[in-house]
Ligand binder design. Sequence first.
Ligand code: AHR
Length: 502
Amino acid sequence: MAAVRLTIDPAFRVGPVRRRTFGSFVEHLGRCVYTGIHDPEHPTADADGFRGDVIALTKELGISTVRYPGGNFVSGYRWEDGIGPRDERPARLDLAWHSTDPNLVGVDEFLRWTAKSGTEPMMAVNLGTRGVQEALDLLEYCNVRGGTYWSDLRRRNGAPEPYDIRMWCLGNEMDGPWQIGHKTAHEYGRLAAETARAMRMIDPDLELVACGSSSSAMPTFGAWEREVLDETYEFVDHISAHAYYAEEDGDLGSFLASAVDMDHFISSVSSAADTVRAHKKLSKRIHISFDEWNVWYQKRAESRPPTGADWPVAPVLLEDRYNVADAVVVGNLLISLLRNTDRVHAASLAQLVNVIAPMMTEPGGRLWRQTTFHPFAQASQHAAGEVLRVAVEAPTYETARFGDVPLVDAVATWDAEAGALAVFVVNRSTTDPVALDVDLRSVPGLRLVEATSLSNPDHTWTASADDDTSVRPQPNGTVAVADGRLSGTVPPVSWSVLRLAL
Ligand code: AHR
């Protein structure tokens, strides 16, 4: 069995654990909104039509921010369609997903949902078919107290207090030719800069996110960030990053190493941002909002939008069913996001429900957890205090996509006040367990609180509405602590959480 040594030391501090790392995303896409968060026919629905069971699971998942309303959807969205009396709202074609949006849920409903779910809204404005004025109108509607056209309309629509939304995305994936209103970096950079400058005239303290690349494989990756930031650097706080991973051609080894790409993505975007900073001779740093990330099987039939004359409301779209290996990759991506907490100040698991999501609903019926629910919920619950880089000494294995990669990846968090250490570990071996030897001598007196592993002899096991309980994180009885060292065995294709306390 391969032996892996991890060294943990509070001196290896990267930065604080940020609650916003544990954000998610609700897009008007497929069944995420309609029959996802909103299902008036459901027995747990409240007066607004929101499913109570989905809200409860959102809390259990530990979601912090929720990005809304898209995604590709936002680039054709007229936000005014979704306010006021529901029976007067127009149904509209959604070109991004070839669907019809009845506009039964809009800005006011969504913001009531965030209040009920205890999450922070992160609003995206349409810079595809629209521009500065519509973004200003939406900001006025949401954040101005009253006494103006849009703010008074919000009050008449039942929200006397401003929503005070802090984070705003300036469009979505504008580098992608699939995007409605797709632009060159220069065209987008100018529009984003002018939108940001004007939005700050209403509220100087907003946190604004410029669109970065939609994946590290985009031909413009790197150059896009540099050009966009050349135009926007002074006016924005974050640049976005989006990344989706999938097992392709049965290459499980490469898939399990997907976090290598996420690390590379983050360091490349950081370099691009710092290059612009140096040119401009500024001290301000731009942070990364990794506001779409997940496993997504884009080539499967369930990701193909309807075509022709068929423009359904809330079709089944992107309803990926996740297996154990997918959950291990999600856990590893969380390790990468935490490890880069000095640069990544927000992140959104795309998406929250039904659409490439950790939880699934039946219209009017059951709610169930996908395998990917568990690593997210555990990391959100147990990561606290400071993120610590973990020194990993592990054998490597060869992958077709990323070259040689370590068998094991890990990160830790240390909450000095509570005296609590959490270690998050993935074993990427497709065949063998590994023996861990964790050096904890820099924090004398730690005892084991709990050790769990998520794995299954069949890593293709997939949860369903009938069975989402047989494979969940289980206590790992091999783990023990003695003389400042933790030892234990973690199974192949696994995600483990080791919790210790003084
Ligand atoms: O999350 C699904 C889609 O992926 C989003 O709409 C888009 O921004 C990205 O390409």
